[in-house]
Design a protein around this ligand. Structure first.
Ligand SMILES: [Zn+2]
Length: 322
């Protein structure tokens, strides 16, 4: 479905050979006992930080969690580096989101999955709860529905319990406390976003990352690109979006931290040329979170930042009801 560039094929081939060597060496080292990592902790490697950070909370001091993709990184286009392959080779457990989010890494997962648990946590969610686009492709941006992401994190927790059954109680306790925070955030977010005047409750972004967010919070969502940043967008997409903004008096559009802002800037310029002032509502975190050590480097903080940014931009200008 997705075509690799020739360069990527070569890189991937070399990476897979390295991976095969590493996994053989590793199996000899610890006799295949997955949980025998340093200091008795479970070594977890994830693709995106939206998995890594919550799993580090749930796993507490029983796990070491590393995310391959940091701030500003686009998972749709990401290819594994040699450094990533080494990290995967040292992991007891690999958690990725799946549903083709990490579309360039499927061969790597297949190879590493031969030697250790390699789990796509979003693919455990029942299909009837997932969104599809007009062409039948499943929307992979599941973390923007807190209820669905809890399900994915449940599966991650089960994997931790399998590797360290004696810590199951601690994992469950941490998870319950964390899920209570997620529930509180979910409730507060829905209430806040419902205050935006209904006609303006439209979120225009560069790519279709917010379908689940929109469904969960009663917001119409328009992405200039499709579900993957590999999809194309055209002049007609920009024109249709400008029409929508004009018709509904929507005051703002948004850029994403991991996406080139040029399509959104074209919408703002286009609207301006038709005499309609549309402002940049701010930067949202879509496929990547913020820097570690900042509030937006956590799942809760990232989600909250998006809610606040959307609320401020769309409810302002005298139409808000705060
Ligand atoms: Zn995306």
């Amino acid at each position: 479905m997705r075509s690799y560039g020739l360069k990527n094929v070569k890189t991937l081939g070399a990476a897979l050979v390295t991976l095969a060597l590493l996994t053989t060496a590793c199996a000899q080292d610890n006799g295949g006992n997955a949980a025998a990592g340093g200091e008795g902790r479970i070594e977890v490697v994830t693709t995106i930080s939206q998995i890594a950070e919550p799993v580090s909370v749930i796993g507490g001091d029983k796990v070491n969690v590393q995310s391959l993709m940091g701030p500003g990184v686009d998972p749709h286009l990401y290819t594994a580096t040699q450094g990533d392959i080494a990290k995967l080779g040292d992991a007891d457990l690999i958690l990725y989101s799946g549903l083709h989010l990490e579309g360039q890494m499927s061969e790597v997962f297949e190879e590493i999955g031969k030697t250790r648990p390699t789990v796509a946590i979003s693919e455990q969610i029942p299909e009837d709860q997932l969104l599809k686009d007009g062409e039948g492709a499943t929307d992979p941006h599941v973390w923007f529905d807190i209820e669905l992401w809890k399900q994915a994190l449940e599966h991650a927790t089960e994997e931790l319990k399998k590797l360290s059954p004696e810590d199951a109680g601690a994992f469950e306790e941490n998870k319950a406390a964390y899920f209570a925070e997620l529930d509180a955030l979910n409730e507060a977010s829905k209430a806040k976003l419902a205050e935006i005047p209904e006609a303006r409750r439209t979120l225009v972004t560069a790519h279709d990352a917010f379908g689940y967010f929109g469904r969960a919070n009663g917001i119409k969502v328009v992405g200039l690109q499709g579900l993957s940043t590999e999809d194309e967008f055209g002049v007609s997409d920009i024109d249709d979006t400008i029409d929508l903004l004009l018709e509904n008096g929507i005051p703002a559009v948004f850029v994403e931290s991991s996406i080139n802002p040029k399509s959104i800037e074209a919408v703002i310029e286009g609207a301006k040329s038709q005499g309609h002032e549309v402002v940049l509502g701010g930067e949202l975190f879509s496929d990547a979170m913020g820097e570690a050590g900042t509030p937006e480097g956590t799942y809760l903080g990232m989600y909250g930042h998006n809610v606040d940014t959307i609320y401020e931009a769309l409810s302002g200008g005298g139409g808000g009801s705060e």
